[in-house]
Design a protein around this ligand. Structure first.
Ligand code: MV4
Length: 448
């Protein structure tokens, strides 16, 4: 086992990893930008290193600074958290060259899943159901028209280097295809420096269901069920839950086994998430994330596991403790993302926290790096906390969420808390009856 781990991240996820380290008897090293000198992750870690100025590009994304911080402190491994360098294959390669262990999958697996065409092709070959679409890239308008005629309208054009919704365009018919194709291509080029695009059948009212997988890197892998993350605004998740309210135990076992078997075949190492669109009882692969996700706590809650501890164990070469037969679900969990944002436009709202009080009690977990007097810097994302509630069933989890939101105090900045109070009053949310379009429609209707 490692003696010391460096956490290449900030905020609540850095705390999450430091906590796992401490429970495992592993020393932790925080890194921070100058803007984050007073951040909680710096206080909570055993040691800290300033790795650069405010901008992420010169600090949390600086590979040389991170390698140097490992060399200075003697950290043997890096946990990347989510975002920043967590899915950067070059970073993993550089760490390997320096004899530092990356707590996550191989550079090769990150690369495969980072290219969306290769990811989909790989998924298909591994027996994972995918959305019908082009075989590989679509090179020109002529070829786009031909493929669209085969799969039928509406179709969606996506960037190969994309993900998270950037560079996507829908075409309802042949007339709209040329413009959709050209726009998607131009956006892909501008956003990713790669104008390759592919085409899929456009699913009109799906849910976003993602399967949590975990591999030991040696050919054994398990699944930990699904999360429903359909409630999103501009491709940002705001409310996530497990189990998915529309997924039956039989569906879970079936898609879960397909995913676990695929990861075993790949010899995938560590935590991963296979994202699906789900419509009319069918799953359609869209992407795979090769990292720990923001919303991992809802899975931890219902399975009673520690995903970060398991990531660290597997990265250290220890046997994976997860066994499929022993992974059983108890109850229901919901996470809401508390962002420092002003409604209704979700405009970022950095500033000083004048009062902070975290909710507690049975079935409540608050993952946050806030404290009284903390100044939220304007340079990073606006997530300031995740409230996770767990109950014996979904109604109990919903009641607990309402209760916990009532206890939470975050003063000094605007937050997304009022949104969640309003959502809890909605019959569709209470019933678990929502698609990927529900939230945007509701926001338009509610706030105009
Ligand atoms: C789709 C789709 C409909 N049909 N693909 C958006 C982000 C990226 N991860 C995939 N996305 C979508 N792909 C097909 N073939 C609709 C979306 C989509 C979406 C997906 C998940 C959650 C929210 C979404 C909001 C708008 C569009």
């Amino acid at each position: 086992m490692f003696d010391k781990i460096l956490i290449a991240n900030r905020g609540e996820i850095a705390l999450r990893v430091i906590r796992a380290c401490r429970e495992m008897g592993i020393a932790s090293v925080a890194v921070h930008s100058t803007a984050d000198s007073d951040a909680m992750h710096v206080r909570m870690a055993d040691e800290s290193v300033c790795i650069g100025p405010n901008s992420s590009a010169e600090s949390y994304l600086s590979i040389p600074a991170l390698v140097a911080a490992c060399e200075i402190t003697g950290a043997q491994a890096i946990h990347p958290g989510y975002g920043f360098l967590s899915e950067n294959a070059t970073f993993v390669q550089v760490l390997e060259d320096h004899g530092i262990t990356f707590i996550g999958p191989s550079a090769a697996h990150i690369r495969i899943m980072g290219d969306k065409i290769t990811a989909k092709d790989t998924a298909m070959k591994l027996g994972i159901p995918v959305v019908p679409g082009s075989a590989g890239g679509v090179p020109d308008v002529e070829s786009a028209k031909k493929t669209a005629a085969e799969i039928g309208y509406p179709v969606i054009i996506k960037a190969t280097a994309g993900g998270g919704g950037r560079g996507m365009k829908v075409a309802l018919d042949a007339e709209g295809l040329e413009i959709a194709f050209r726009t998607a291509r131009a956006e892909a080029k501008a956003a990713f420096g790669n104008d390759e695009v592919y085409m899929e059948k456009y699913l009109q009212k799906p849910r976003h269901i993602e399967i949590q997988v975990f591999g030991d890197g040696k050919g054994r892998a398990v699944h930990l069920g699904e999360r429903d993350c359909s409630l999103q605004r501009r491709h940002q998740k705001v409310f996530e839950e497990a189990p998915g309210p529309c997924i039956t135990p039989e569906q879970r076992a079936r898609i879960g086994k397909i995913c676990a078997d695929a990861m075993a075949e790949l010899k995938y190492s560590g935590a991963g998430t296979i994202e699906f669109l789900y419509e009319d009882g069918e799953f359609y692969f869209i992407e795979m994330n090769t990292r720990l996700q923001v919303e991992h706590p809802v899975t931890e809650a219902i399975f009673g596991v520690d995903l970060v501890r398991e990531q660290i164990r597997v990265a250290a070469g220890l046997p994976m403790e997860f066994e499929q037969d022993k992974l059983t679900i108890r109850g229901a969990a919901i996470e809401v993302r508390i962002n420092a944002e002003k409604l209704p436009n979700f405009s970022p709202c950095p500033g000083k926290i004048t009062q902070y009080h975290a909710p507690g009690g049975l079935g409540v977990r608050m993952d946050s790096a806030l404290y009284d007097g903390y100044k939220i810097p304007p340079y990073y994302d606006s997530l300031i906390g995740k409230l996770i509630v767990f109950g014996r069933d979904r109604p109990e989890a919903l009641a607990r969420l309402s209760r916990a939101l009532g206890e939470l105090i975050v003063d000094g900045v605007d937050t997304t808390v009022p949104l969640f109070n309003a959502l809890l009053a909605e019959p569709d949310i209470q019933a678990g009856d929502y698609s990927i379009h529900w939230l945007e429609k509701w926001l338009a209707k509610t706030y105009g």
